[in-house]
Design a protein around this ligand. Structure first.
Ligand SMILES: Cc1cc2nc3c(=O)[nH]c(=O)nc-3n(C[C@H](O)[C@H](O)[C@H](O)COP(=O)(O)O)c2cc1C
Length: 237
């Protein structure tokens, strides 16, 4: 979420910016703001009083458009992401793409890719991407309240065209037919602040979290069983 900075307030007064600073992160990468801050967006920022605060981004040389280690690790630890495309009517279309953990791969510091599994054969995203190769992704880790936004351009590679690439993207234990590879060249990315993300946990994360409790419960049940048996042996039940 773009920080809301009331008129007359300095950028550093914003709690969102303060949070970004605490995490040693820029408020937004130059590459991302170059794309996202369109003339209409800039005009709105001017009207609302936040333009001056973001202006220094226009003069930052570090574009931050290549993936670092923490981005790569985060991307490859996901089991799904939201992907927006734009159809030729101008309507945005968002779809959730899910798969086995790690199905979104980092090929290099500017490229990510996933195997596009055969699904309901509506082909809305694939169709949209024929005319406009731009995608906007949101990758969520609800457990750690983190999200990474990515802007990129998609190139599809048919499944039979590049066996080496397919071998890299196919998930051995996932029973799904791969129709094509979606290869995304990253134009920009941005970490958003954790505010307003409700922590949520997957079944396996919950299982891991409660494993010590299960262990303790089993130990106590066993202890109870022994104690009851002893009482019964003494005729006390
Ligand atoms: C048999 C079947 C398998 C599917 N497998 C997946 C899947 O692995 N991952 C996923 O996100 N959606 C899956 N879906 C749901 C959608 O079909 C899939 O997300 C599809 O790519 C939607 O694309 P679109 O909305 O761009 O047309 C599946 C649907 C069906 C009917």
């Amino acid at each position: 979420m773009t920080p809301v900075i009331p008129m007359g307030k300095a950028l550093s007064d914003s709690p969102v910016i303060a949070a970004a600073a605490r995490q040693d992160r820029a408020i937004m990468s130059r590459a991302y703001s170059d794309i996202a801050f369109t003339p209409a967006v800039r005009a709105m920022q001017t009207r609302m009083g936040s333009r001056a605060a973001y202006a220094p981004l226009d003069h930052t040389n570090d574009r931050q458009n290549v993936l670092g280690g923490s981005e790569a690790e985060f991307i490859e630890a996901r089991d799904g992401f939201y992907q927006a495309t734009v159809g030729e009517t101008g309507w945005p279309y968002v779809q959730f793409r899910g798969g086995p953990l790690g199905f979104l791969k980092v090929l290099d510091e500017k490229t990510i890719a996933y195997a596009d599994f055969r699904g309901n054969v509506q082909y809305i995203s694939v169709g949209n991407l024929q005319n406009n190769d731009r995608v906007s992704l949101i990758l969520m880790d609800y457990a750690s309240k983190s999200r990474l936004k990515i802007l990129g351009r998609v190139k599809f590679v048919p499944a039979d065209q590049d066996p080496g690439l397919m071998a890299r993207l196919t998930m051995p234990d996932y029973r799904a037919r791969v129709e094509r590879a979606a290869v995304i060249t990253i134009e920009a990315y941005d970490w958003n602040c954790p505010q307003h993300i409700t922590p949520r946990f997957t079944e396996s994360e919950i299982e891991q979290g409660i494993a010590p409790l299960r262990f303790e419960l089993a130990r106590l049940q066993k202890e109870l069983q022994v104690a009851r048996a002893e009482l019964a042996a003494h005729g006390k039940t």
